[in-house]
Design a protein around this ligand. Structure first.
Ligand code: HPA
Ligand code: ZN
Length: 336
């Protein structure tokens, strides 16, 4: 098998996936019809044609607008199951999935409706295919810390069903420091915390995520390459970065894939993982990200083995489970 075929066929984990960003136009139209919503696009094709983004904010505007079709527990179930069915085709056996409760509670959808639907979808994939899923509740950073605290309060009755906390949405002008207190509270609950940092924002935001939010992973982090001292620190601390190559190109963080900082991050020995972010909007799921990276950089088999082993190494499952999955990756590459 070629290095690319080995990578595609290997069991893997996805650690940076927004469930709302897996809403395909076809499902959006079906849910709009089911819920009697007048969706402001003429057709699936017209909606897809709108997927031409200048930056993060232009994407987020459409992403939040499309989320309006998600209304009932069944909608969230169907969304989760559709993603996990598709993820399975890319040999994903474990997914740590972000959801944005404030996008829904702000529209009057109860927190419980969102969580129950997503959990039911994950449970269906577990019983059908043995897939493992965790849920990471993300705070919207363009909203206030007070709003984040109120959302955490709504989550408390269901806290056992939430596996971690994250921070996403518009990065520029909304530094991690804005959420220092709410993240301290999340850590007191004994949950892992992560934050988007260094996607569009500067390396300073990555330092804040590390020092103030005390995250266990950095989501994106691709602008770390601009700061050699930060790169050394991330390597020394073994701090994982959940990198999303197609997302970065579609949102013009890099002009094209060949300009991506991924090779520089790997050369520094960082614990990089590959992920799809919002695959319905950015031109593909994890397999497509792997193909696009391979087309640009032509990595050898050991590099692919490292990237895929990292997806388990950086996951929030038990050490024993991580070791078992990494052994599966090593066996897969050794069989070549
Ligand atoms: N960045 C920030 N917020 C997001 C993203 C992203 O890539 N996707 C969904 N919410
Ligand atoms: Zn993201």
């Amino acid at each position: 098998m070629s290095p690319l075929e080995l990578a595609l066929s290997c069991p893997k984990a996805e650690l940076h996936l927004h469930i709302e960003g897996s809403l395909e136009p076809e499902l959006a139209f079906a849910l709009a019809a089911r819920n009697g919503i007048d969706f402001p696009y003429a057709s699936v094709e017209a909606l897809r044609a709108a997927y031409d983004f200048a930056d993060l904010q232009s994407f987020l505007d459409l992403y939040y607008a499309c989320a309006d079709v998600l209304r009932t527990e069944a909608d969230f179930h169907d969304l989760m199951l559709a993603y996990l069915r598709r993820a399975r085709e890319d040999q994903i056996i474990h997914a740590e999935v972000f959801f944005d409760p404030q996008t829904h509670t702000a529209r009057g959808i109860p927190f419980e409706t969102v969580l129950r639907g997503l959990r039911a979808g994950a449970e269906a994939a577990r019983s059908e295919w043995g897939m493992s899923t965790q849920l990471i509740m993300s705070f919207l950073r363009h909203l206030s810390e007070e709003d984040a605290f109120a959302t955490l309060e709504q989550a408390m009755p269901f806290i056992d069903q939430i596996d971690g906390f994250g921070l996403d949405s518009s990065e520029r002008g909304h530094p991690p420091s804005k959420f220092e207190r709410v993240f301290a509270r999340c850590r007191e609950l004994g949950k892992p915390v992560v934050a988007h940092a260094g996607e569009e924002g500067p390396p300073a935001y990555i330092y804040e995520a590390l020092d103030l939010l005390k995250v266990g992973r950095i989501d994106h982090g691709v602008r770390a390459s601009e700061d050699p001292a930060l790169m050394q620190r991330l390597a020394r601390e073994g701090m994982p970065l959940t990198v999303c190559p197609l997302s970065n190109v579609r949102l013009r963080v890099f002009a094209d894939m060949r300009q991506h900082s991924l090779p520089a991050l790997l050369a520094q020995g960082l614990v990089v993982t590959l992920n799809s972010d919002d695959p319905a909007y950015f031109g593909g799921y994890l397999g497509a990200n792997i193909r696009a990276v391979h087309a640009a950089f032509g990595f050898d088999a050991p590099t692919w083995q490292t990237l895929i082993a990292n997806s388990f190494r950086a996951s929030f499952v038990s050490a024993a489970q991580r070791a078992a999955w990494i052994a599966q990756v090593d066996a897969h590459f050794a069989s070549a």
